[in-house]
Design a binder for this molecule. Sequence first.
Ligand code: XMP
Length: 580
Amino acid sequence: MVDIAILDFGGQYVFNIKRTFLELGYHAEIFPFDINLKLLKEKNVKGIVLSGGPYSIYVENAPRISIEFLESEIPILGICYGHQLLIEMLGGEIVKSDTGEFGFTILYVDEPNNPLFKGLERKEICWMSHKDIAVKLPQKAKILAHTKISKIAAFNYNNIYGVQFHPEVFQTPKGYIILDNFAKICGLEKKEWDVREFIDKSLQEIKEKVGSEKAIIAVSGGVDSTTLAVLAKKALGDNLIAVHVDTGLMRKKESRRVVEYLKKLGLNVIFIDASDKVFLNLKSVTSSDDKRKIIGRIFIEEFTKVADSVNAKWLLQGTIAPDIIESTRGQADKRKGKKHGGSIKLHHNVGGLPKEIKLKILEPFRELFKYQVRIIAKELGIDEKLVYRQPFPGPGLGCRITGEITREKVILLQEITKIAEEELAKYRPSQYFAALISSRYKPFKSMFIKNFLEDAFSYISEDYAIGVKGDERIIGKILLIYSKKWNEKDWVDILQFQNNITGKYNEICRVVALLEKPRRKKYGIILRAVDTLDFMTAIPTKVYFNHIAEVVHKILMNFDEISFVGYEITSKPAGTIELI
Ligand code: XMP
């Protein structure tokens, strides 16, 4: 049985549609766009989503659905191309526009009481990516929302709905509410996932496969690996060996806490302090890829040494579904390309291990989403603090320092991280931290910035950060903008402003709001907090600049070597979540 059928018109976000429904608790499957309605009915489909796609509806052989879909009682939601297709089939008109709409766009919701838009405000932000545009509404249909350029940004006719924007990406912050509303329109109810059944099945699988052999698991202190370790311990007892490698780049006292906690949980833990080796190898290294590779290599060397010494035959990994999706589709594919050898997933998944590793691999969580791992963790009695711990990357604070990574910088960042995390946690972001850059910068003049913030002073940092443009990882520049007026701006306008800057200036991939002018000191600090579900796309968390000003002040008062502290307002894309 399938709750929602997604008809694939070739759009790049088809997987995001499926994932969002799955995460919301509905069963969604992707089908080719020309699937027969009868087949869908046999599967008892309750709702149909038409995805976006690269086509124009007015060209010959544009992909279509048959008219019987529109006559059926099954609700339909068209997204982007799907929206245009529905409008055209219902008698409206689509034409090519001069500019199209790309990136963050303000959405004016005309019908907030329509069931599709329940829970939306009159002014929202959405993510657009289209050149063709609907200019004539089908008779009897109703416009639900518009933007400056799209008069018909969303419509409804009976049980047929269309949205020009992309509710399935994180840049449309209320998008998941829209998809949830659509599922409700289809009469669907969320399914509770049976955690006990999953635990029992996994225990059985681990026992059967590993038998009386030894298994090893690398535990960082994150929820995925810790939960798997606790679960596997139940199946394997002392034959499970947990290894924690301290690279020296963890947060303050974190490794000690992780090991203590794992021991408290009854796990057999081996602790390796690799920090001296890491700092020695990182000396004079400045390229972000090289830094990642060195940290990753030392981690693996130390880990495999332990595996050999305890004669382990199995490696347990807490890989979850998004890791797999990310490394097999879209942007992550390109990351794996030759240009940027250090793809993220190479570090924290199997891909990072040397080919000659003889261990057999078991990944019991490979079909789960984070929220499900959290349910298991709670069921197993794991501490709530750990259950909701934000992700922390394998290379640790190493991803948050530009230039050479030294002990001095790490210790300073560890201290500032404590303050930053405490304050940013108040907004409940998906991920939040502080990053450290040099305070070398040059003035940057732009009328474009002055038009938005007339009192602005802008600077380009001499350091480089990682960004994503056109689906590719790039090395770009950090723009720092000082203004006293940040707190007078609408958050939606700030997002659009950032999008325009990174669109206009190709070399810039990060934008940071400064609330105080830089001093002449050694380092700068970037505060980063993002909201995301999938970590492949993200938006900066909405903060109150008056509060951020207090945090900035506190850091400047306590750390004499800091020149400036800014709040990063970059989305992903154009930036990544981590700095490098
Ligand atoms: P980016 O910076 O690429 O990060 O937007 C997306 C998510 O992945 C985490 N991340 C990593 N995790 N090893 C990891 O285990 C890595 O090398 C790595 N780089 C980024 C990052 O913290 C965020 O959650």
